[in-house]
Write a protein that binds this ligand. Sequence first.
Ligand SMILES: CCCCCCCCCC/C=C\CCCCC/C=C/C(=O)SCCNC(=O)CCNC(=O)[C@H](O)C(C)(C)COP(=O)(O)OP(=O)(O)OC[C@H]1O[C@@H](n2cnc3c(N)ncnc32)[C@H](O)[C@@H]1OP(=O)(O)O
Ligand SMILES: Cc1cc2nc3c(=O)[nH]c(=O)nc-3n(C[C@H](O)[C@H](O)[C@H](O)COP(=O)(O)OP(=O)(O)OC[C@H]3O[C@@H](n4cnc5c(N)ncnc54)[C@H](O)[C@@H]3O)c2cc1C
Length: 710
Amino acid sequence: MWRGGSNTRTCKRRFFSSPTRSRHHRPPYICRLHSRGSQHLKAMAEVDHLAAERATARFDVEEMKVAWAGSRHAVHVADRMARLVASDPVFRKDNRTMLSRKELFKDTLRKAAHAWKRIVELRLTEEEADLLRQYVDQPGYVDLHWGMFVPAIKGQGTEEQQHKWLPLAYKFQIIGCYAQTELGHGSNVQGLETTATFDPKTDEFVIHSPTLTSSKWWPGGLGKASTHAVVYARLITEGKDYGIHGFIVQLRSLEDHSPLPGVTLGDIGGKFGSGAYNSMDNGVLRFDHVRIPRDQMLMRLSQVTREGKYVHSNVPKQLLYGTMVYVRQSIVADASKALSRAVCIAVRYSAVRKQFGSQDGGPETQVLNYKTQQSRLFPLLASAYAFRFVGDWLNWLYTDVTQKLEAKDFSTLQEAHACTAGLKAVTTSVTADAIEECRKLCGGHGYLNSSGLPELFAVYVPACTYEGDNVVLLLQVARILMKTVSQLASGKQPVGTMAYMGKVQYLMQCKSAVSSAEDWLNPDAIQEAFEARALRMAVNCAQNISQAASQEEAAGFYERSPDLLEAAVAHIQLIIVTKFIEKVHQEIPGHGVKEQLQALCNVYALYILHKHLGDFLATGCITPRQGALANEQLGKLYAQVRPNAVALVDAFNYTDHYLGSVLGRYDGDVYPALYEEAWKDPLNETVVPEGYHEYLRPLIKQQQLKLSRL
Ligand SMILES: CCCCCCCCCC/C=C\CCCCC/C=C/C(=O)SCCNC(=O)CCNC(=O)[C@H](O)C(C)(C)COP(=O)(O)OP(=O)(O)OC[C@H]1O[C@@H](n2cnc3c(N)ncnc32)[C@H](O)[C@@H]1OP(=O)(O)O
Ligand SMILES: Cc1cc2nc3c(=O)[nH]c(=O)nc-3n(C[C@H](O)[C@H](O)[C@H](O)COP(=O)(O)OP(=O)(O)OC[C@H]3O[C@@H](n4cnc5c(N)ncnc54)[C@H](O)[C@@H]3O)c2cc1C
């Protein structure tokens, strides 16, 4: 083993004591490896430091890959696309955090262009192309082009409008973004100020930014790349303000990319962290009476006639928010990806890392064997699987609602809104916190950029804000919960994910029958406790709001909003638990796969129960003794997960390129990688740093002079 410390220390001392080394030297450890020839390096690379961990797995990893990806086909396609990206030098990303903003942005343009070239050359399907872009793993204008601009036209454009604009977008003859948020308003969409005033004389809309706060602010891809935008503005015709509507507006010349007359635009500046979301050109945009033809108003939901008459189709006006619902749904699926990446890094590294516990010169303890490490890490592993399955279900729900909308059935619109908003809020908040927890689980090395975790955190954390601030979205769920509770008295039966509220008589007074730790393995016991908790919290809020008799209902809601948030979270956690339980009830092929998922499902549910024990106790759903039994069972489940942990993260099937982490390497050969990575830092290009002669030497000399005078 290379870790015969003394050699390394000698090399290091010699290296640091040599002031005359040339630029781009290699560190002595690496030289030593090279002097032994590439054969030795190859042998080193082939060592699987995690082989022993993989050997203890009690299930078929290949079949778990299928369960995770959704189908054998999905595993196969994802595998092909991940390898295609990993083997292409243009998609290199290990230097990303060292690039300046300008270099990073150019690198993003280059990657996007190259990805498109490969998609066309290889005639990739839409599914393959989406995966390829995902594995390129660098936020950029294409995300908004495909993710919001195209869906906005599809969802809100008429057939003629789709016919005109979509082929241009599909072939990248135009590049589009989604320009909704303004400097003064993001959450409050109805408060947007940009105006689109119809001029019947010319059959045009005049798009204008009347105030500083009406400047569009944040849209991704707007700053530097987009030629067009779907702009949300207040529609004014015949002197009347009809509220927010979408318009397709050209922003830049298709010849030289310069802004069109009346358009002022640019990038809004650097963002949190190195690399990360700085590859995206989030932009600012102002209009000075910019004219567009009337037929560039997205007219599927409402129209303005040639004469300037406003006509609203007989559909709910909230369909205007359809693009946001679509993206919120995809963000839930993305949460499981980001979370599983972080967990994969932390689990593999925790199996490699050893601290303390050596007896008689024997090996030290793998940190993964510490119960505290397990109790912090395994719930996150379980959450990654939970979010994956609830994401699949949400995708089904979204497709189902879309089909119903096509048939003018709007009955499930509220359910789609509540589920997408609530699940987006809970999964992104948990994932952002979990990435940070994984960083801590990796100790000091987790703080290095080369661990991949700082960048993953920085790129992920805005997910708690974009597509709806999580608190604002949870309050939407709470409002729907309150509406549902208020309708119970009239005998209206709740449907979909609210259906459990129909069992109000039972759930308000039921007592958990759990009397041993093993009883908590019964899914019915879990389901009942979660349903009772969620319902009782919602009913308590409703009672508190109505008891504030002197107040208007809205004022009561406002007063009680912190409690309402918690009630909304309880409802969403119930959905996640329910969908996980439903998943493990299905037939799942593969030796031991179902058993592992069952264990993870129980970990997820009992961890939430333990974490929110106060809710369960305060609402009287369980007793303190039952709470303690749940915790006892949780400990047993962690022991069950332990031998399978590495294989459970292998099942995510991530390439080392996609993970982008020296700590999460598949082969677990962490230390040489960490060591080599350090030398790549630009600061190590010279042994004596720039600035030495200007600042360090004079300081040291001055101090020496002072001392010599004493
Ligand atoms: C290392 C590198 C790794 C890289 C990879 C890491 C992974 C990264 C993953 C990336 C994934 C995706 C990338 C995405 C890019 C993000 C780009 C971001 C884009 C944006 O942010 S776009 C802007 C989004 N803006 C918002 O979300 C605004 C939020 N506000 C609102 O939605 C609304 O204003 C509101 C809902 C809060 C309030 O609306 P309002 O009209 O005022 O009405 P209310 O009075 O509250 O409600 C009225 C009724 O309408 C119902 N309602 C509200 N919304 C909807 C809806 N969407 N659908 C259906 N019904 C709705 C509401 O329930 C009320 O009903 P009621 O009258 O009570 O019956
Ligand atoms: C990285 C990134 C990319 C983005 N991309 C786009 C894009 O492509 N296109 C686009 O149009 N927009 C985009 N946005 C904007 C984004 O959608 C908004 O920032 C988001 O919707 C939040 O709105 P806000 O900034 O107005 O927050 P605010 O609403 O100002 O939030 C500030 C605080 O007020 C609280 N708050 C607000 N309202 C309430 C309430 N009613 N009750 C209780 N608390 C409340 C919030 O919880 C938060 O704590 C992006 C944002 C980011 C960060």
